[in-house]
Design a protein around this ligand. Structure first.
Ligand code: PA5
Length: 463
């Protein structure tokens, strides 16, 4: 099978017992609710949930590829200026589908890719110390077009470009991805005449990886975006047609709900047994946290829902977190990302035939050790009664990564129905943005600034 699959054996009560595992009756008991949830999500396809259409927006894909070829060979660096949903997918695709060492030694003619998703002056300042904006294409990404972090970075880098290249010359170094009409960035695009792409309506930040938000930077570094989109479309088609029992997105959504609501597992660990897939766990952490972490239900009652996502990388975190996972509180469930076929064979030599502690590795492949470590962790988790499922990638390629992105977006949309929360808003994020605008003295936010300054304890407690 060339599709990623979901193996939920080790989350069942057969494998780990009824206290922590899900019985077939519990899963079957959720079948009707899951199908109803899926139908509710499907009913919004083509209406307000436009992220579902992204794999099929072939004209947009061609525009992205045309622009990427028009600037091919022109820049040494591509820098994404964006944050949250306007950055995590870019990093995830680059980490998964470019070489892990792409940015240290880019293939001839291809640029490096930096995703500067922070305004820490020690990050941005270091970038400026090491790289030349005049050799760089900046992709400014903001759905709202006003996020303070992204706007500040844009202002900074624009100024540097204008200093060196002038008002006219700087423009070809900027390409903006934002709303078609709303927001300050769109207004700036119109004034400056920058090249731009659109984040379509109905595509929230964390659901935007398959729009120009995630596709443009990927195309610029040579990632097979058509392969990613084909993978996403194939998963979408499969999930539309499959029965409940054969539907990985629906089953994953049900598992998440059952694990938290029935088995008290508040923590959802994505454990990537693939170095290249590790940033998919970061992308998913935002998708899950921002979509399901909500104060109110859809009818407005205070419910304070939401799992806490945690990310781990195998084998690295076996030597850091697995002790806790195997023996600590029973508050977690685990999703291992595993890869069947690595791209590289790395055989191990024999050096000390008389030393059994080294010789048992001789003639084996590093991939065998990696697999043994992953399976060993599964055994340890399972024997300790810790529910763990595996999302199995036949290999790490554009198609399988596209399938994963779509599967998780569909699963989280269904989770929203099961948890009865709005999976597509983010009032907590907006509250933080508003507080930052107020504290930075942005006009229109004076009242909020007064509220913040007048709130809290009068005496500080600092030790
Ligand atoms: O998913 C979301 O909506 C957020 O994480 C946003 O992506 C993030 O706040 C950045 O917003 P914007 O793209 O509007 O600059």
């Amino acid at each position: 099978m060339d599709r990623i699959t979901l193996d939920l054996t080790n989350a069942t009560s057969d494998a780990i017992g009824p206290d922590h595992g899900i019985s077939s009756e519990e899963l079957a008991g959720l079948r009707d609710a899951a199908l109803k949830a899926q139908a509710a999500v499907e009913a919004r396809r083509g209406a307000d949930l436009r992220w579902m259409d992204l794999p099929y927006a072939h004209e947009v894909h061609d525009e992205v590829l045309d622009y990427a070829s028009s600037v091919a060979g022109r820049f040494k660096n591509v820098v994404v200026l964006g944050i949250g949903g306007s950055a995590l997918g870019n990093t995830a695709l680059h980490a998964a589908l470019s070489s892990p060492f792409h940015d240290l030694a880019p293939p001839a003619g291809w640029p490096r890719l930096f995703v500067l998703d922070n305004v820490d002056p020690d990050l941005v300042g270091e970038w400026l110390d090491h790289f030349d904006p005049a050799e760089t294409l900046f992709n400014v990404i903001s759905k709202s077009g006003g996020t303070a972090e992204t706007m500040s970075q844009f202002l900074l880098f624009r100024e540097r470009l204008v200093e060196v290249l002038g008002e006219e010359g700087h423009r070809e170094h900027l390409v903006v991805t934002t709303d078609a009409e709303k927001g300050i960035l769109r207004e700036i695009v119109q004034r400056e005449g920058y090249q731009s792409f659109v984040v379509p309506d109905g595509v929230g930040g964390r659901f935007s990886v398959l729009s120009p938000v995630g596709l443009l930077s990927s195309a610029l570094v040579g990632i097979d975006i058509k392969g990613v989109l084909a993978g996403a479309a194939s998963m979408d088609e499969h999930c539309k047609q499959a029965s409940f029992e054969e539907n990985p997105a629906l089953n994953y959504a049900c598992l998440q709900w059952l694990m938290q609501e029935k088995k008290a597992k508040n923590v959802a660990v994505t454990f990537s047994y693939s170095h290249r897939l590790r940033a998919l766990a970061d992308w998913y952490a935002q998708l899950l946290a921002e979509s399901i972490g909500k104060r109110t239900s859809r009818s407005g009652d205070d419910v304070h829902k939401g799992p806490t996502p945690v990310r781990a990388v195998g084998v690295t975190d076996q030597h850091s977190q697995v002790q806790l996972y195997v023996e600590g509180p029973f508050d977690k469930w685990f999703t291992l990302l595993s890869v069947t076929q690595p791209d590289h064979a790395v055989p191990l030599p024999s050096a000390y035939p008389d030393l059994e502690g080294a010789e048992y590795l001789a003639g084996r492949d590093l991939g065998e050790l990696f697999t043994a470590e992953r399976e060993g962790t599964k055994v340890a988790l399972t024997e300790a009664g810790r529910p763990n499922v595996s999302i199995v990638f036949p290999r790490v390629d554009a198609r399988s990564v596209g399938q994963y992105l779509m599967m998780m977006e569909l699963a989280v949309a269904v989770m929203g129905e099961l948890y009865d929360v709005d999976a597509f808003d983010q009032p907590g994020v907006e509250a933080g943005k508003i507080a930052a605008y107020a504290l930075m003295g942005r006009a229109g936010y004076e009242t909020r600034r007064g509220e913040i300054e007048g709130a809290g304890p009068t005496e500080r407690k600092t030790i």
